[in-house]
Ligand binder design. Sequence first.
Ligand SMILES: Cc1cc2nc3c(=O)[nH]c(=O)nc-3n(C[C@H](O)[C@H](O)[C@H](O)COP(=O)(O)OP(=O)(O)OC[C@H]3O[C@@H](n4cnc5c(N)ncnc54)[C@H](O)[C@@H]3O)c2cc1C
Length: 469
Amino acid sequence: MSEATEEVYAALKHSFRGRLMQPDDAEYPDARRIWNGLVARRPGLIARCNDSSDVQAAVRAAASANVITAVRCGGHSLGGFSSCDDGIVIDLSPMRKVQVYEEDRSARFEGGCLLGSIDSATQTVGLAFPAGVVSHTGAGGLVLGGGTGWLNRLYGLSCDNVRGFTVIVADGSIVRANGKENPDLFWALRGGGGNFGVVTEFEVTLHPVSAVLFGRGICPGDEAPALLRHWRDIMPEAPDNLRWGFSLRSAPHAQNIPAYLRGRPIASASALWVGDLEKGGRYVDRALAVVNHQAVSKEVLSFRALQTLADSEFPHGRRYYTKAGYFKTLSDESISTMMEALATNPSLSNEIELAYLGGAAARVAPGETAFGDRSSPFVLNLLANWSDPADDAANIAWIRRLFARLRPAMAPGVHINFMSGDEADRVSEAYRERWERLRATKTMYDPRNFFRLNQNIPPLTAAANGISG
Ligand SMILES: Cc1cc2nc3c(=O)[nH]c(=O)nc-3n(C[C@H](O)[C@H](O)[C@H](O)COP(=O)(O)OP(=O)(O)OC[C@H]3O[C@@H](n4cnc5c(N)ncnc54)[C@H](O)[C@@H]3O)c2cc1C
């Protein structure tokens, strides 16, 4: 432990209510691990906070000792922003309380919640918070970055459904941000990521969702271009209730996949309908009747089953690398480039994900929240997913090469939730016309850039450039 980290430990050890873990602690090896196995860091101290007074104490002690500090909720940052070498991790994992207000269709949840903790509580009364598609993801990072998922065409992004935040800012004080109090901070926290402080509580709007209709099928690679062209042409007119998207990948060697397709390029389609199930049946059937889908299934699922469907595809500890962006229109050439790339795909788990945003998320005015672009409806997420460190270079290169080939046809912008740790130069691209206002807000709440392990928005102050770490 460095001298500065020792200083933080000494400042906290008598009054801290949670756990302070140092590298020689038995629990440390587990506690330091984050979801992405590609990112292995060794913090000097993990401060596992029980409550907001622990968070306040940790922020004050770390700022006063000028120690690099990471904030962790679910630890799912693709870039590994919730850990650091030598410094401090403010770990919110014990802070997972959720209170649901059924009459008001709202909830308050603590800053360490996973999506699954929120769904478990809200589904007891048939309500849902629009968030991501894997239940072990942290709500902290996901909501602050914007947050897309199954419900965003119908009910908007996660950040569009936040009514208010309680935040511990860089000087350790507690600030509330909502429509009436600190409106600039409220604006910035809806999409601006972890730049402005530690959010200890989110107050959010819920929506009635219990059962949904979910269809799946796979389409052989040679028929995928026709399917994607059809999808591209009809989605602009599709009802918000329909979320239809694809994972372009190599077919897994699974029993439900016809033997002749295993290991070969496919488009794996998912079509979700939220709302009147009978009406939805017609849309889901139609989606899966385009071209020759195989292994077709259609079922009514509980919302919780939907939210955990993809959990096992993204286990903790594997190695992941991603690049993302948007298309305003999806050209035949881009479709061919994606399908061609599958011929050299180094891992069966790698995916080219295509989603169509639009709907309620796109109807929020561009200046209303800090979240980046909403006007380019085709969302691309290139995700490499492998296990052997010897395959790092091949997988990372595959993603980078494909991204470089697609980039000229893409619109500027990126959803920060899907950025890797090597894309600091794309943060301003994510925010574009919102960038200067975000920098001004950052300067007001964090002039020394204490919260900088994130998709960083640098403050305008010179002092921020001199901070060590
Ligand atoms: C398996 C998987 C599935 C995903 N699915 C989706 C999806 O469907 N939709 C989507 O939009 N994104 C998705 N993502 C991306 C995800 O939203 C981001 O990786 C997000 O940062 C994860 O949040 P976390 O709290 O788990 O991360 P962490 O690694 O804990 O934190 C990420 C960043 O957020 C900051 N942060 C976290 N909590 C707080 C807090 N309470 N206060 C202040 N700052 C905080 C951290 O400092 C860090 O900079 C997924 C990621 C994974 C790994």
